[in-house]
Design a protein around this ligand. Sequence first.
Ligand code: FE2
Length: 376
Amino acid sequence: MILEEIMKRKDIPTDVREEIQKSVSARILSGKGLKDSERRGIAECRKVDQRLLDSEEKFRSYVENAPDGIFVANSQGEYIDVNPAACNLLGYTKKELLGLSIMDVTAPGSRDAALSEFGKLAKEKKVNGEYLFRHADGHEFYMSVDAVKLSGDKFLGFCKDITKRKHSEEMLERSHKDLEKSLYSTVDALASTVEAKDLYNGRHQRRVAHLAAAIASEMEYSSDRVRLVRTAAIVHDLGKIHIPSEILSKPGKLSDIEYALIKTHVQASYDILKNIDFPWPIADIVYQHHERIDGSGYPRGLKGSQTLAEAKIISVADVVEAMSSHRPYRAALGVDKALDELQMNRGILYDAKVVDSCIKLFKEKDFHFDLELPVK
Ligand SMILES: [Fe+2]
């Protein structure tokens, strides 16, 4: 402390001050002429210095040998320190990388996103995500980055190459989409089979699918679930291909035996669909589309919560479409009559929420079937 004060005094000539400093330093280094307590103090300081040096070296070796890239950047996104792994990941030497910024190594198509993420990092003090980078040799690859804001407008980041994982995810997604596409084609082919046999029933299924999907959307189902409802609805009467055409298009009233035969279409639909390995419960939904909330439906007389939500939607769409359309045995009753039927049996035969959504579609959202039925 005394030495520091002496060194600051301008009234002592510079050469005298330097001489004093030299003499004190020499005494400290040699230890000669120092009191025991001073010697002990100096030895303690040296130990502390050594411990600090050891600790710094230890942590530096952790950073240098870390398998993940570690970097420190300034507020402009310019690299101010990088470890060897970060250099390897990006394909630059440390000297080269310290002359670049994060934006320079981000893939051109991702720079806007990277800029906005960097802004978020400055504001929220931490950010993590998966970003597309450009290697020194020009190829693009994905890295996961976790970064935090340090004091003094510096940012510390950890990055890892995740290209392999990204590629596997993309391949998995592609194959999932291909599988979905082929399953939808299968369902569409099945619907066409019904259409080929009986145009009325074929188009009935497509119109029910249109309304059922609209109800599901109105009920704020996810897009995947809306697609499930549409897919199940488009084949809900598939089993009718087993019913003789004369009965399906019989102009008069059906006998009890004929009606009983028609009711078997639900089991027949289920039997066909259960053998297709859908990732969704299409067969079960179709199996339940004639069930009613009070248990008066068929084939199993299921009540309220025993029936799948998707089946409840299809049952309402089925009734509305059937009543509002012309049938071989009667003229069209019209949409208003169909909606009256829903209102009258809301919560009794049909799910109340489904009924409300369906009525809202027709009365407030001007719903129209997108496919006209053929006129016989
Ligand atoms: Fe049916």
